[in-house]
Design a binder for this molecule. Structure first.
Ligand code: NAD
Ligand SMILES: O=C[C@H](O)CS(=O)(=O)O
Length: 495
């Protein structure tokens, strides 16, 4: 199957600045991780474009903040419709530049679109308060106001959903946006702003600048130092998140940081074994394990351990690895060679320290896409906390299994990490489920379920997984602040 677009104009070769498509003297190539094919050359923007983007975003913000919520919502609804009208092309762009199977890409487009729809609704619900006054003649109230120009920086693993869940609430709140997508996957973001332009967004409301990895910090440093940029919404690694937090301090920006994870997946003896295997298959192998909420550590109570590993291994062996051009592919390539090498290093380190390979454990040589960055779906047993894959995100299709005995041991293992994004618990004991849900240090805990993500719930972490929430009734607050208004001397002479 060739992943051609019904609208070739959605494959953009320019950045988007002040409602115009702009080229730059420098470009960099965007490639298909399954084949190495160059998909497009896009601008490698720098300081000049970064400053120009803030200039026009500030102008757009001054006007957009005065647009009534109903009209802000209407723009999001028009954008949402255009996304649905072009969802197949968006899905194909995701699969082309990120490599995930087309079925997953279609799911990502629907997921990203749900955030646009959600914030079209939330735009009209930024309520304030009237506060009962304590003195006659005074009126006290609060209003919610947009924070101003937002800088949005996103990762490569969900090229559509991550940028949609930042731009949508920003527009809903009355903000304007300067955005930088990941260098590996900028094409989907450019297509999205093309559809936003067609939906009638005013000039400068959203500006999308592409950069190579080397110049990502050049662009970001301009935004970090500019006091007109009042917020940074970042999704990516903890290391970069910490850098942005440090460097934004001089201008004291509002921050939303959706960072790295190290999710535990805990299976107790009393769990429904097959449901737990189903949940792990969904949570672990989505996007070839390249998601921030993938189970990165799997703890199985000793009584069920061998049966669980046998059932899991049987399922993992059946996974089809291949390029998105094959509709039957379930596991796509890793995003680049660096990512593939990290997975290899993690597995080699674990085996060196005594782990056993139950399934896989090596690079997958695809006959359909030779040279693609594929890794065989893998199950390891005997994994310990000392191994690299227990401490760092593997970000690949590797399931590291550790046996445990008691409940308190499981909690201690789960919390033995600086991260706290997602966690998964399988048990039929409702009391244990509540106890684990409250004891585990994470922003999100799933019980007897492998799917956490939805636009209606608050997505985000604690500890070194960051702070702030995306989606849900809380997501709009990240792009607004509360103003308190007090009006005195209202007493009118009684005549
Ligand atoms: N918590 C979440 O919701 C979430 C979602 C997706 C990914 N992630 C995390 O992101 C990581 C994988 O994505 P990644 O490899 O793209 O992360 P990354 O941090 O390397 O890159 C993320 C973005 O930051 C940019 N960037 C890199 N260096 C920068 C700098 N010095 N200044 C400004 N921007 C810079 C990149 O160009 C990219 O656009 C994983 O750790 C994953 O857990 C978290
Ligand atoms: O990789 C992290 C993403 O935020 C996961 S999800 O797409 O929100 O489920």
């Amino acid at each position: 199957m060739t992943l051609t677009l019904s609208r070739p104009d959605l494959l953009r070769h320019e950045s988007f600045l002040n409602n115009e498509w702009v080229r730059s003297g420098r470009t960099f190539a965007v490639t298909n991780p399954a084949t190495g094919e160059v998909l497009a050359d896009v601008p490698d923007c720098g300081e000049e474009e970064a400053r120009a983007a803030v200039d026009c975003a500030q102008r757009a913000y001054q006007a957009w903040r005065r647009v009534v919520a109903r009209d802000r919502a209407a723009l999001l609804r028009r954008w949402h419709q255009r996304i649905l009208d072009n969802q197949e092309d968006l899905a194909r762009l995701i699969s082309l530049e990120q490599g995930k199977p087309l079925a997953e890409s279609r799911g990502e487009v629907a997921y990203g679109a749900s955030y646009v729809e959600w914030f079209a609704e939330e735009a009209k619900r930024a309520y304030g308060d009237v506060i009962p006054q304590q003195h006659n003649g005074r009126r006290l109230l609060t209003v919610r106001e947009p924070v101003g120009v937002v800088a949005a920086i996103t990762p490569w693993n969900f090229p559509m959903a991550m940028i949609a869940r930042k731009i949508a609430p920003a527009i809903a709140a009355g903000c304007a946006v300067v955005a930088k997508p990941a260098e590996d996957t900028p094409l989907t973001s450019l297509a999205l702003v093309k559809l936003l332009q067609e939906a009638g967004a005013p000039a400068g409301l959203v500006n999308m600048l592409t950069t190579s990895r080397a110049r990502a910090s050049v662009l970001a440093d301009v935004w970090l130092a500019d006091s007109r940029v009042r917020k940074i919404s970042f999704t990516g690694s903890t290391a970069v998140g910490k850098h942005l937090a440090r460097e934004s301090a001089p201008t004291l920006k509002k921050l939303s940081l959706e960072l790295g994870g190290n999710a535990p997946f805990i299976v107790f003896d009393d769990a429904d074994l097959h449901a737990a295997v189903d949940g792990l298959m969904v949570a672990k192998f989505r996007n070839a394990g390249q998601t921030c909420i993938c189970p990165n550590r799997v703890y199985v109570q000793r009584g069920i351990h061998d049966a669980f590993v046998a059932a899991l291994s049987e399922r993992v062996r059946q996974l089809k690895v291949g390029p998105a051009s094959n509709a039957a592919s379930q596991i796509g390539p890793l995003i680049n060679l660096r990512a593939l090498e990290k997975v290899q290093e993690h597995v080699a380190d674990a085996v060196l320290q005594g782990a056993s390979i139950a399934v896989g454990g090596k690079v997958f040589e695809s006959q359909e896409a030779p040279g693609g960055h594929f890794y065989a779906p893998t199950v390891l047993t005997g994994v310990t906390a000392a191994m690299r894959m227990s401490c760092e995100e593997t970000f690949g299709p590797v399931v590291p299994v550790t046996a445990f005995d008691g409940e308190q041991e499981a909690v201690a293992l789960a919390n033995d990490t600086p991260y706290g994004l997602a966690a998964y618990v399988y048990t039929r004991d409702i009391g244990r489920a509540w106890e684990l849900g409250e004891a585990i240090e994470a922003g999100m805990v799933a019980v007897n379920d492998g799917v956490l993500s939805t636009e209606i719930a608050p997505f985000g972490g604690i500890k070194e997984s960051g702070y702030g929430r995306e989606g849900s009734r809380y997501g709009l607050e990240e792009y607004m602040h509360i103003k308190y208004l007090c009006h005195g001397n209202l007493d009118r002479p009684r005549g």
